[in-house]
Design a protein around this ligand. Structure first.
Ligand code: 3NM
Ligand code: MG
Length: 511
């Protein structure tokens, strides 16, 4: 039997989710919405009741020609003739289950780690339920939260040993994250066959509509997905294309929505104006959905985190993700406190960032490196060689399937395939406040007008910014931090008024 695993519904055994609704009619409604597999999972009912309910569910699934699988209870599956079972790591072992149920039965296994996955595949599992992706109130005794990157590690490993085991992921998946999880978990060799959910359908007051929405989200690419991952070399391309992209920035004047800290709000708005973008400084998540529709980009600068701020960031991030608006994350001082480390995790689990930009300490924290304790929001002493930086940045970009920029005397940027070091800029940028934050504003502004190759857009933003800093000093108007700021803003402003590409200074790109 060829099974379509794309939308796999697991029923819930607690009364909480179901309320006073009848299980069979909720499943019936979900099947009408396009669920492709049903697993009957019931940890509380007695055996006779389990068999009775399973028979009723089987009527529903048979009518729709989709399989019904029973969680854990082979006896129930055998008694009522289900198409198969799902077994957890603490349930009966797979070889025994296979011997009892026969070759034709569908047998799925929960896998929490690469080891569990490999073992299940070697033992002949038909599919794997990979999780827990995100913490979920539906199952509180989950072993470890592995995120989309953990799912991808498993997919990568099993691709080497089998090309016919199916895979679904489970845990905290819903309409707000399903596309991103599918996108970020995709490995070079394979991708998930589907997604398993409990509450996203079972807890909905409209299970048909919920299933239909999930099906259509599964069938389409998220809007933030790069249309085609580019392999174009940027080194020379950016010297010609960069100035053209800056021209587009000036012509289109895209909105650049900044959720940033009080210290840099004014400076960031001035930088955005100087380069031709239209800044809005708003930390209010409630208006993000309206702003996201205006076609611009979002900067989330975690300058000062409060729980209130965090939910505003999440609301905005989801709004921009929903319309495919470019998003940039500046995890300011990420490693300084536990609160900030938690905020990083919450934000990255809550939405997709096209670019993560930070100094060495911040990027180490985001990558989850041990010992990344920061003292303040400054990066502290550098401990990595350029080669180590490049490897870390490349790995993090691969993990998140986005672009990662580590700023410093030499900036290192990667989209996971292409990694570059850029050594433009001036040391006076290190003597003024907000220079890192406003680089984020600049990159996000460029991304708003150039999305087909986001790495090219980000490198263009860096060069625009850093070459302007060099010119501010070389034209003789900057004598220290005080005079540097106006001279820098003037150069940023000037760069858009010159002939393209001559006069932009992009020929001085050190990439
Ligand atoms: N198994 P929801 S997580 C049944 O990690 C189950 O193996 C999990 O529920 C695992 O879609 C889970 O409501 C519950 O988050 C998933
Ligand atoms: Mg189990």
């Amino acid at each position: 039997m060829k099974v379509d695993y794309s939308l796999y519904l697991v029923t819930d055994s607690t009364q909480g989710i179901l309320g006073d609704r009848d299980l069979t009619s909720v499943v019936q409604a979900a099947v009408e919405g396009g669920v492709t597999v049903v697993q009957y999972r019931d940890k509380t009912s007695g055996t006779a009741e389990l068999i009775r309910t399973a028979k009723k569910l089987h009527q529903v699934t048979k009518a729709a020609s989709i399989p019904l699988l029973i969680n854990d209870r082979l006896d129930v599956a055998l008694a009522m003739g289900a198409e198969g079972v799902h077994i957890g790591q603490d349930d009966i072992d797979l070889p025994t289950a296979r011997r009892l149920l026969g070759k034709a039965a569908i047998i799925g296994v929960t896998a929490n780690s690469v080891q569990e996955a490999v073992k299940a595949v070697e033992d002949g599992a038909d599919y794997l339920g990979i999780g827990t992706v995100y913490a979920t109130p539906t199952k509180e005794d989950t072993k470890s939260i592995i995120g989309p990157a953990g799912v991808r590690d498993i997919l990568t490993e099993i691709a080497a040993i089998s090309d016919n085991v199916a895979t679904v992921c489970i845990g905290g998946i819903n309409a707000s994250n399903i596309q991103r999880v599918l996108y970020q978990s995709q490995s070079r060799l394979n991708s998930l066959d589907g997604v398993a959910v409990v509450s996203a359908i079972m807890a909905s007051s409209d299970p048909t509509g919920a299933a239909r929405t999930l099906r259509s989200l599964i069938a389409t690419q998220p809007l933030f997905a790069t249309i085609q991952a580019s392999n174009a070399l940027i080194t020379n391309v950016v010297k010609i294309e960069g100035p053209r992209i800056i021209q587009a920035l000036v012509t289109q004047s895209p909105l650049c929505h900044n959720m940033t800290n009080l210290v840099v709000q004014n400076f960031a708005a001035n930088v955005a104006l100087a380069i031709g973008a239209s800044p809005i400084m708003s930390n209010n998540g409630a208006e993000a959905a309206d702003l996201a529709k205006l076609g611009g980009s979002l900067v989330v600068n975690m300058g000062t985190v409060t729980s209130d701020g965090l939910s505003n960031y999440l609301q905005a991030l989801r709004a921009y993700n929903a319309v495919g608006g470019p998003t940039l994350f500046d995890p300011v001082g990420a490693g300084a406190t536990q609160q900030r480390r938690d905020a990083v995790k919450t934000l990255m689990a809550g939405g997709y960032f096209d670019v993560i930009k930070g100094n060495e300490g911040e990027i180490k924290t985001v990558a989850g490196m041990a010992g990344a304790q920061q003292r303040g929001v400054d990066s502290g002493a550098s401990t990595l060689s350029l080669e180590e930086k490049a490897r870390l940045v490349q790995q993090l970009a691969t993990r998140e399937r986005n672009i990662v920029l580590m700023t410093g005397k030499v900036d290192v940027i990667s989209d996971g395939r292409r990694t570059y070091a850029i050594s433009n800029g001036h040391e006076l940028l290190g003597s003024i406040t907000g220079s890192g934050c406003t680089l984020g504003t600049t990159i996000a502004s460029v991304l708003a007008v150039h999305r087909s190759d986001k790495l090219l857009a980000a490198v263009t933003g860096i060069l625009l910014y850093e070459i302007a800093a060099e010119q501010a000093v070389s034209c003789g108007n900057a004598h220290g931090p005080g005079t540097f700021i106006p001279a820098f803003l003037d150069r940023l402003y000037h760069i858009r008024t010159v002939d393209v590409p001559a006069g932009t200074g992009f020929e001085n790109a050190k990439i």
